[in-house]
Design a protein around this ligand. Structure first.
Ligand SMILES: Cc1ncc(C[n+]2csc(CCOP(=O)(O)OP(=O)(O)O)c2C)c(N)n1
Ligand SMILES: CC(=O)[C@@H](O)[C@H](O)COP(=O)(O)O
Ligand SMILES: [Mg+2]
Length: 618
């Protein structure tokens, strides 16, 4: 079925192939990838685009001795397949199976753990510096996409690397796409580099030129002289101190292998610009790389079904997307900001309806937050739609630029809590802890879809920084009131008045399982709604009328909402035993979110069991 691929388990096997066999291997790998991802789901279009590059890198470099550092890591399925993990690809992103991103524990070929973007140049530079310090001869290669290249950290690393004489190769894999079409001035610049005669000349001449023996630098400078005359001054990357090579066709294995071989013999910081197509070789993905960026299972012959999956309930993302469109009609000061997550954050319709009030700032979370602060300073009402895990990038900006100045910025925080298949790099496990300690912040967690809509509205009415954090996927399926009304600030409410010994203070997504668990004890359940300010009156009355207070949240227990309740009880000067339930002081691996929550004791059964155990021990 896969005559060549079947013979390859590791790069050593790959190196035994003749050069002319590599394109056939790429074809087989592509077919294997389509079959494999169609059965498991996962990141898709970027992997199709990185096949030739992956083969060429493992063919030319001495991996794992030489270090390949992949940016984001969503394009590393071909790398996993060629480094001993082909037979585990059917376990991709499932509990106990392969991770969707490189992971040091998984393989010695995964040199650096990733998931968040734009770290590769920094990490590869660190490895190059370590090699030098230890007198080791090795190459460090960072492979970064044009989307990931837009983040500040990538430029911080270029700035540092370009002034250090280390053996670092940065490969820019430019497919003119982020998840959605890439944006910004850098993207325009790259498009210029790729366009017209420059790229055409390079493309035509490259295989001939690069096959010749002399070092590439010499050739590059000849080509460059020619090119400079007709098109551009030295590239931006040369100004950063790199030897810039390219652009070359990233799907032409002949050119790739020759170029990499040449570069391997060069010293100092090298920058190779390759051009690829997101979705290469699978027409449907080539035509719609946004839809095929990350996929659920599909039929390879027909592609994605496009139908609604599952329950038919709207996701929290859709609730947000509808709310922001409705709110924008009411208030012309509203502007929406996304750091390159238009689809995931539910802003597709908002962009269509309000293109002039929509800002995709590229992968630039820090900038997104400070940009919002600037807008708020001068009379706008910014809504930053951001995943919990990516807001970690903008933490200083959140404190220093927004909260310290008490600016009215709304943070619509999606993917709060466990996200499932993407695993610990993407889990929104910390936001309650890291937000509630910031003065001036108001922090809300909805227990259902309608509460989410009303909380977003409430946040928007405030003149201070606010956050509404909601999970990935759907909620319990509450009726959604179109009418919006502001909730009383810092007030929770009792959802179930029990007669038992236990009161459960539940936050956000944990209200539903808490209500189910409460049946066993006839417990009282409060939907706390606000993490900050906390409803201390409610806490006081429940603590005084029950023997055990249980807090439950989809956030690490440490420093989270439960800790806030303990602090409040302490400050109230009352004594009440508290059982705090939440995510562990650990990183929760990838897998089905329901299974993971159950493992953490955060499903109804688990909450019930923890309470029963505590009651039994008293
Ligand atoms: C810090 C951070 N912000 C956002 C994301 C979400 N994200 C994952 S891949 C991606 C697009 C990356 O584009 P590019 O690097 O060009 O790779 P491509 O998808 O085109 O292969 C984005 C925005 C992320 N992983 N990390
Ligand atoms: C690699 C990456 O960061 C994104 O593609 C992410 O996996 C998207 O996650 P969602 O599927 O939750 O939008
Ligand atoms: Mg890209």
């Amino acid at each position: 079925m896969y005559p060549l691929l079947d013979t390859i388990n590791y790069p050593a096997d790959l190196k035994r192939l003749a050069r002319h066999e590599l394109p056939q291997l790429a074809g087989e790998l592509r077919q294997f990838l389509v079959e494999s991802v169609s059965k498991t789901g996962g990141h898709f279009a970027s992997n199709l685009g990185s096949i030739e590059l992956t083969i060429a890198l493992h063919y030319v470099f001495d991996t794992p001795h030489d270090r390949l550092v992949w940016d984001v890591g969503h394009q590393t399925y071909p790398h996993k397949i060629l480094t001993g993990r082909r037979h585990q690809m059917h376990t991709m992103r499932q509990k106990g199976g392969l991770a969707g991103f490189p992971k040091r524990e998984e393989s010695e070929y995964d040199t650096f753990g990733v998931g968040h973007s734009s770290t590769s140049i920094s990490a590869a530079l660190g490895m190059a510096a370590a090699a030098k310090a230890q007198g080791i001869e090795r190459k460090s290669v960072a492979i970064i996409g044009d989307g990931a290249m837009t983040a500040g950290q990538a430029f911080e690393a270029l700035n540092n690397a370009g002034a250090m004489d280390l053996d670092l190769l940065v490969i820019l894999n430019d497919n003119d796409m982020s998840i959605s079409p890439n944006v910004g001035a850098l993207n325009n610049y790259l498009a210029k580099l790729m366009s017209g005669r420059f790229y055409a000349a390079m493309k035509q001449g490259s295989s001939k030129v690069l096959g010749i023996a002399p070092p590439l630098r010499e050739i590059a400078s000849k080509v460059e002289e020619h090119v400079k005359g007709m098109f551009t001054p030295g590239t931006l990357f040369e100004e950063f101190g790199f030897n810039y090579i390219g652009p070359i066709d990233g799907h032409d294995l002949h050119v790739l292998v020759d170029t990499l071989k040449n570069i391997k013999s060069l010293k100092g910081p090298q920058f190779l610009h390759i051009v690829t197509k997101k979705g290469q070789g699978y027409k449907l993905a080539e035509n719609d790389p946004v839809a095929y960026h990350g996929v659920s299972k599909f039929d390879p012959a027909n592609g994605l079904s496009g139908g609604k999956s599952g329950s038919g309930k709207p996701s929290y993302t859709q609730i947000f997307g509808d709310w922001i469109c409705d709110m924008a009609k009411h208030d012309t000061r509203l502007v929406g900001i996304t750091p390159a997550m238009r689809e995931g954050s539910g802003l597709v319709r908002f962009e269509k309806e309000h293109p002039d009030r929509y800002f995709d700032v590229a992968i630039a979370e820090q900038h997104a937050v400070t940009f919002a602060a600037g807008l708020a300073c001068d009379g706008m009402k910014p809504v930053v739609a951001i995943y919990s895990t990516f807001l970690q990038r903008g933490y200083d900006q959140l404190i220093h630029d927004v909260a310290l100045q008490n600016l009215p910025v709304v943070f619509a925080i999606d993917r709060a809590g466990l996200v499932g298949a993407d695993g610990p790099t993407h889990a929104g496990a910390f936001d309650i802890s890291y937000l509630r300690c910031i003065p001036n912040m108001t922090v809300m967690a909805p227990s259902d879809e309608n509460e989410c809509r009303q909380m977003l509205y409430t946040a928007f009415t405030l003149d201070t920084p606010t956050a509404v954090r909601y999970p990935r996927g759907t909620g319990p399926g509450a009726h959604i009131q179109h009418e919006m009304s502001a909730l009383p600030i810092g007030r929770g409410h009792v959802r179930r008045q029990g007669q038992g010994r236990v009161a459960i203070l539940a936050f956000g997504s944990m209200v539903t399982p808490a209500l189910q668990a409460a049946e066993a004890f006839d417990a009282t359940v409060a939907d706390m709604r606000f993490v900050k300010p906390l409803d201390t009156e409610l806490i006081k009355s429940l603590a005084e009328s029950h023997e055990l207070i249980v807090t439950v949240e989809e956030n690490v227990v440490m420093g989270g909402a439960g800790s806030a309740c303990v602090e409040a009880i302490e400050a109230l000067g009352i004594t009440a035993p508290v059982l705090q339930l939440g995510l562990p002081d650990d990183y929760v691996e990838h897998g089905d979110p329901a299974l993971l929550l159950a493992d953490c004791g955060l499903d109804a059964k688990g909450i019930e069991a923890s309470i029963a155990a505590r009651l039994a021990s008293r």
